[in-house]
Design a protein. Structure first.
Length: 552
């Protein structure tokens, strides 16, 4: 599953072959295998803002996950049962994940930032039997527990403040033996259910087999330029409940023997991000585009933070040329942008070491994955022609299907192509570019306009911190481009600034792409993974149009 060395991505792809064994268990592979060889090797380091970091070894991870697995089994957890985790980055999260996989149960990671209704939807839809969470997570669920008849037990990690009907994480772990417990699972047996982000509709549970971790390794190695290298150390601010945090960082790091840095911070703080990378000697970072745009607002960061980064990857939404160029100029790094989605992650990637890097593009196919741009009939279109980005099955990184939703699973495919729902184009050099989901594409005066390029251009304006673009219904043009803008600190909105922003886009992109309507806002609606929920803004713009909202 490791990428062979080569001078070009094409050379590597020609020699690459998948080696997916019939039997594979994520939990055993990321803990027991290393513990047998190097039990004292450090696998996790937890950032402590007050002093030295805490460290966990593979030997400890193996023993503690064995004890916790037995604890879960004592609660009635059997193969195929769903166990949800609503936890921050930390040792308990890794231990619980590994234990669940060892039992042959299905992990359902959830973000601590979810409100009660979001949690109820996911716990009910998945039929979760046990929830592992913090005291704060318990209080989120406590008031709605009567709506979750299948939820039998809540395990709480942290200080017990008299929470009725719960089981202590430490007590559950410490009350059992630590010898090997992993059962034999097939590579296609279900291991993990990650809910889609809900940017375009109700979240669905994407079910993955144990093989999903094997399928991620070539993509991780590509954007981290042949990870692992001596001294490598991984970190991401992304929640481990998201595919990007869990499958791009935590589990690949554990599998490859690369230490992973964790931090309990929930709200992204750019100064803290620089501090963590500097103090923890992070060599390999995955930072989503929105977080990078926020980091751009920090003036001269390297004057206060001594970074030692070797690689930086970014994905989850379009990075854009402005942020790509900023990283080169300010951080001295080429960001390796990659692409995937919850159902089929990390199939396109950049790799600067191999010369695969182009500002504004999301990379080329990772060895082992067949990716193309197709039309509505599933026919591959010519280079330069826009269509839908698609991935051909079978593919070890591809999901097993949507949980208890055969119709949605079937609708995801056109023949053997998994249709991502993302509009894009492939150029003559093989680079893919993304310009929006099907629902995001704006039709204005006969033009089809992707929001990503406009948003990227807008964030290059010195007064703009963040921006989101949607189509607003218009009787003359079908739709107009509307921009929602969060201004940089100390900048005040006004007519002069509005015109400056319009001219900025008009002169850098084209006259038909500039935002005819601009609304300055304090914040943008984001998923817990940092993606803009354009659906909310689009619905707002439609409502404005019907009510005769702001003039254009």
């Amino acid at each position: 599953m490791l990428l062979p060395r080569g001078e070009t991505l094409e050379d590597i792809a020609a020699r690459f072959e998948w080696n997916v064994p019939a039997f594979f268990n994520i939990g055993s592979a990321v803990s027991d295998a290393w513990a047998a060889r190097e039990p004292d090797r450090v696998c996790l380091e937890h950032f402590n803002p007050e002093g030295e970091p805490d460290r966990l070894t593979y030997g400890s991870l193996a023993r503690r996950s064995n004890r916790f697995a037995r604890g879960l089994r004592s609660l009635g957890v059997a193969p195929g049962d769903r166990v949800a985790l609503m936890l921050p980055q930390g040792f308990e999260t890794a231990i619980a994940h590994v234990a669940i996989y060892k039992l042959g149960a299905i992990a359902v990671p959830l973000a601590l930032l979810f409100g009660a209704e979001a949690v109820v939807h996911r716990l009910a839809a998945s039929g979760t039997k046990v929830l592992v969470t913090t005291p704060g997570g318990y209080h989120t669920v406590a008031g709605v527990r009567q709506r979750l008849p299948e939820l039998q037990t809540i395990v709480v990690a942290g200080e017990d403040d008299g929470m009725a009907g719960t089981v202590s994480f430490d007590g559950l772990e410490q009350g059992h033996a630590d010898d090997a417990v992993a059962i034999e699972t097939r590579a296609d047996d279900p291991a993990l259910m990650i809910f889609t982000s809900g940017t375009t509709g109700p979240p669905k549970g994407a079910l993955h087999g144990h093989r999903v971790l094997i399928g991620h390794i070539p993509g991780v190695q590509a954007h981290h330029e042949f990870l692992p290298q001596p001294g490598d150390k991984l970190w991401t601010p992304a929640d481990w409940a998201w595919a990007g945090g869990l499958l791009n960082v935590l589990l690949p790091g554990l599998l490859l023997g690369v230490p992973v840095v964790s931090s309990r911070a929930q709200k992204f703080d750019p100064e803290l991000a620089y501090r963590i990378m500097a103090e923890m000697k992070v060599r390999n970072a995955f930072i989503p585009p929105t977080a990078l745009r926020i980091m751009r607002t920090v003036c001269d960061p390297l004057s206060r933070h001594r970074l030692n980064l070797r690689t930086m990857g970014s994905g989850g939404e379009a990075l854009g040329r402005e942020t790509y160029d900023w990283a080169k100029e300010v951080l001295g790094l080429t960001i390796n942008e990659f692409y995937g989605q919850t159902e089929c992650n990390l199939v396109l990637s950049s790799c600067a070491e191999l010369g695969v890097s182009l500002g504004g593009a999301i990379g080329k196919p990772v060895p082992g994955h067949q990716v193309a741009v197709i039309d509505e009939q599933g026919t591959v279109v010519a280079d330069g022609v826009a269509g839908q980005i698609a991935v051909k099955r079978p593919d070890p990184v591809m999901f097993l299907g949507y949980w208890q939703n055969e119709a949605a699973t079937k609708a995801k495919f056109i023949g053997d192509w998994l249709a991502t729902g993302d509009q894009g184009v492939r150029d003559a050099q093989g680079y893919f570019s993304f310009f929006g989901r099907d629902d995001d594409v704006i039709t204005s005066s006969g033009y089809r306009i992707g929001p990503g390029e406009i948003e990227d251009c807008l964030t290059g304006h010195p007064a703009v911190a963040l921006a989101a673009v949607v189509g607003k219904p218009d009787p003359l043009r079908t739709q107009i481009v509307k921009a929602y803008i969060v201004l940089a600190p100390a900048i005040e909105p006004g007519a002069e600034l509005t015109e400056s922003v319009r001219e900025w886009v008009k002169t850098r992109l084209s006259a038909h792409e500039y935002p005819r309507e601009i609304e300055f806002v304090d914040s943008l609606p984001l998923t817990t993974t940092g993606k803009v929920i354009r659906r909310i803004l689009r619905d707002q713009a439609i409502a404005e149009s019907r009510a005769g909202g702001p003039d254009t």
